[in-house]
Design a protein around this ligand. Structure first.
Ligand code: S3P
Length: 177
């Protein structure tokens, strides 16, 4: 276990399929910090899948639930938060997290994301249409939001454990030593 002595949270952002949850799990083991996956929390809290929430309540209501969760999670210490890919879209979400944490953005190319999500039907925003085009267009729209991070990690051709080690190295150098 690597001990980074900090009350700060580690917040993982990035597009759907960029590896936030698998990298979060690696970080959680290596740093002995609890991982909280926002989508999982929301499904437990509402008793609905993300798709059901989008279908029944609409995206705006889902975003409101996310924002309430960002505020609550930002009050905790020493946790790793795997965010939903759209959390970056609301400035207040990032303000809450930045107050008490370091924001790390994971980058993957449209092709990599496509390969990972091609057979996945759990993302309402990627349903219908030409998947690679939808990914490319959403990524272009969201790029400025993902750039609004303390650290950006290019995840191409790296395993979750390699990415976690890269993050730990950067955190030690930049923030905690
Ligand atoms: C979304 C990303 C999803 C989930 C929802 C909306 C987005 O989370 O929150 O489908 O807007 O990018 P993942 O990034 O974990 O797939």
């Amino acid at each position: 276990m690597i001990n980074i002595n900090t009350p700060k949270n580690i917040i993982l952002t990035g597009f759907m399929g960029s590896g936030k949850t698998s990298v979060g799990l690696e970080l959680s083991t290596r740093l002995d910090m609890q991982l909280i996956d926002m989508d999982t929390e929301i499904t437990v809290q509402t008793g609905m899948s993300i798709t059901e929430i989008f279908d029944k309540l609409g995206e705006e209501r889902f975003r409101d639930i996310e924002t309430a969760q960002c505020l609550n999670l930002s009050k905790l210490n020493n946790i790793i938060i795997s965010t939903g890919g759209g959390v970056v879209l609301r400035k207040e979400n990032m303000d809450y997290f930045r107050n008490n944490g370091v924001i790390i953005s994971l980058y993957a190319t449209p092709n990599t994301i496509y390969n990972r999500l091609e057979t996945d039907s759990s993302r309402p925003l990627l349903k219908g249409g030409n998947l690679i085009k939808v990914i490319e267009e959403l990524l272009i729209l969201r790029a400025p939001f993902y750039r609004n991070a303390d650290l950006t990690i290019d995840t191409e051709n790296k395993s979750p454990s390699e990415i976690a080690l890269e993050i730990i190295g950067a955190l030690k150098n930049k923030y905690y030593l």
